[in-house]
Design a protein around this ligand. Structure first.
Ligand code: AMP
Length: 281
């Protein structure tokens, strides 16, 4: 695996490989890699001849300074995992490299209503930061395929919109299934900050999602939502939302919609750790 710290060198390398016919698949990450990330690398590897992964903990997408400061950094272990997964290139830039003229110098995008609900509401400025960094990375890497995890459902929608807004009509966004722990907890870099007790309780988020799906034809969502909130609180969570939305638009739905694709989304905090997850049905 070749490792680059500087955008100009990475871009030069990629241009040469592209000129030789390489098809480029790109997996942007913030590091502290786990099997969820590696599944994206695996899919990129199956589809492309050159797989590029980036590791960059992007300061502009953190609305909470302490969450940014405590974000796990496990670079050596990440590199080993990427080599084992057959990743070809790792881009691991500094903040100065990504924001050479300061954080406000990089273009932001307006994602409209997508920024005004769920994660957008809970984390002001978060998707602005995501748009800035992914936009910049796409300009540098110019991939043909971009791999994202369904785990971050709203982010997938925001980035799909970003790709359209940037006019990248040749770029295909591939959304990969959420990889889970045996108890259903979605793998996340933040999981490693959970205490043993918190970790033992965290599977309840997945149980709630399963329950929301399974009661689609038999219950009102408001009833299931209340049950889920109570269960989460009983396990020590502070609930940001237990929500139901149309799966294609993310428009909030007060109740199950017959015959329509739906997504249930949960965000909840236990101690200092905020976890999100979703299920499409
Ligand atoms: P992150 O490092 O958290 O920014 O995530 C980088 C990419 O990996 C994003 O596209 C995430 O949605 C994806 N990802 C994170 N966790 C998982 C998971 N458990 N399963 C599948 N993809 C994931």
């Amino acid at each position: 695996m070749v490792i680059f710290k500087y955008a100009v060198e990475l871009n030069k390398y990629i241009s040469a490989r592209r000129a030789n016919g390489a098809q480029i698949g790109f997996v942007p990450t913030m590091g502290a890699l786990h099997e969820g990330h590696i599944s994206l690398i695996g899919k990129a590897k199956a589809d492309n001849t050159l797989v590029i992964c980036s590791i960059f903990v992007n300061p502009t997408q953190f609305d909470d300074k302490s969450d940014f400061e405590k974000y796990p950094v496990t670079t050596e272990d990440d590199i080993e995992q990427l080599i084992d997964a057959g990743c070809d290139v790792l881009f691991i830039p500094s903040v100065d490299e990504m924001y050479p003229g300061g954080v406000s110098s990089v273009r932001g995008y307006d994602f409209g209503y997508l920024e005004q609900l769920l994660e957008g509401l809970q984390r002001p400025g978060h998707f602005h930061g995501v748009g800035q960094i992914v936009g910049r990375l796409l300009e540098i890497v110019e991939p043909q395929f971009l791999y994202l995890g369904q785990k971050d459902y709203q982010q997938c929608m925001v980035i799909t919109k970003l790709v359209a807004m940037m006019g990248l009509y040749e770029l295909k966004v591939v959304i990969c299934p959420t990889v889970r722990e045996p108890d259903g907890l979605a793998m996340s870099s933040r999981n490693r900050r959970l205490t043993e007790t918190q970790r033992a309780r965290a599977g309840v988020i997945y149980q709630c999602l399963v329950s929301i799906e399974s009661k689609r034809d038999t219950s009102d969502f408001s009833v299931v939502q209340k049950e889920c909130m109570e269960l989460l609180v009983a396990k020590g969570f502070v609930v940001d939302y237990v929500a139901l939305a149309h799966a294609r638009t993310l428009q909030p739905a007060g109740n199950y919609l017959k015959g329509e694709p739906m997504v249930a989304l949960i965000a909840a905090r236990i101690g200092e750790i905020r976890l999100i997850d979703n299920m499409v049905f």
